[in-house]
Design a protein around this ligand. Structure first.
Ligand code: 76R
Length: 270
């Protein structure tokens, strides 16, 4: 019987939220503004075109920030380089880091882990023996190569106008402790969760990233849509679903509009 569900892991992700000092930016003379903007645009453009990285830019609403950079990197360490590169930009004199979040894109495998266990038992392998572990890794690698999974693990940041990011936990509180809830019950709840999610299929693209061991919450949730109302309806609907109503704990929400690197000047001009 499995207890810990496996996951497939893709992009390393760094979210950074900044405040833009618009009054100081506007006070710069035009040639200097152009130069700063060109330098930032060159780096952002290179990151957005890189096969081993990606960059999302968003104008945030409210006091929790003005600009969100979402960095993807194939290698975890590369996030460090990207962070340093951004910090070396002249633009950094005008944008102040407020928040950040480190995570790795993941596909949860509740059903699939149970299937793998059943298959290995059928093969007569002794649980967690060397033979079991080797076969387990092979079946997991098969799942990772499946085009549907591989495509999602390494999908680029969706080019949808609106983005919403928030971190969340699964509760560990008395009777509502996700981590000592029996596997089958968790699997059933995740199945239900997935069903509700799929009723929004096409209207929203969700990116779930795991941050246990990396950051203050357990998962990061990025939602992308062409209509901001979809976020409100989806998150509200999920609140009634047991996986969220009973076990979900949520951090702060950051909401805004994505823009392309070519639109950086428009964002900065305000
Ligand atoms: O990946 C899949 O599509 C399979 C089903 C699925 C899993 C395993 C799925 C589907 N999710 C999964 C895992 Mn999800 N999801 C959230 C939130 O606000 C809230 O209440 C919760 C935040 C939203 C809005 C959302 C949307 N999901 C997870 C996990 C990992 C849990 C674990 O492993 O214990 C978390 C934390 C999480 C949270 N989810 C979907 C969606 C949507 C829209 C879908 C359907 C996607 C589609 O098929 O179009």
């Amino acid at each position: 019987h499995p207890n810990v569900p496996e996951s497939l892991d893709g992009w390393a992700i760094l979210h950074r939220m900044f405040r833009l000092d618009r009054r100081r930016w506007d006070a710069l003379d035009a040639p200097r503004r152009d130069a700063v903007e060109r330098e930032a645009g060159a780096l952002f453009g290179a990151l957005a075109r890189d096969a081993d990285a990606d960059l999302g830019l968003a104008q945030l609403l409210g006091h929790k920030g003005d600009l969100m950079l979402t960095h993807y990197a194939r290698a975890f360490d590369a996030l460090g380089d990207v962070q340093a590169q951004v910090d070396k930009l002249a633009l950094r004199d005008f944008i102040e880091p407020l928040e950040s979040y480190v995570s790795i894109l993941e596909l949860g495998l509740y059903e699939h882990t149970a299937k793998i266990h059943a298959e290995l038992r059928d093969r007569g392998l002794k649980a967690h023996s060397d033979a079991w572990n080797a076969a387990f890794d092979e079946l997991l690698a098969d799942a990772e190569r499946e085009p549907r999974n591989a495509g999602r693990l390494w999908a680029r940041i969706p080019h949808r106008r609106y983005v919403c990011f928030y971190p969340m936990n699964k509760k560990r509180d008395g009777a509502d402790n996700w981590y000592n809830t029996p596997y089958d019950e968790r699997a059933k709840l995740m199945l239900e969760h997935g069903k509700i999610g799929r009723s929004f299929h096409g209207h929203v693209t969700q990116v779930i990233s795991g941050s246990i061991g990396f950051d203050d919450w357990e998962w990061g949730v990025d939602l992308y849509a062409d209509d901001p109302l979809v976020f409100k309806k989806l998150v509200y609907t999920m609140r009634f679903d047991e996986a969220s109503s009973r076990f979900g704990e949520f951090g702060r929400f950051w909401t805004g509009m994505q823009f392309s690197v070519a639109q950086l000047g428009v964002f900065l001009a305000g």
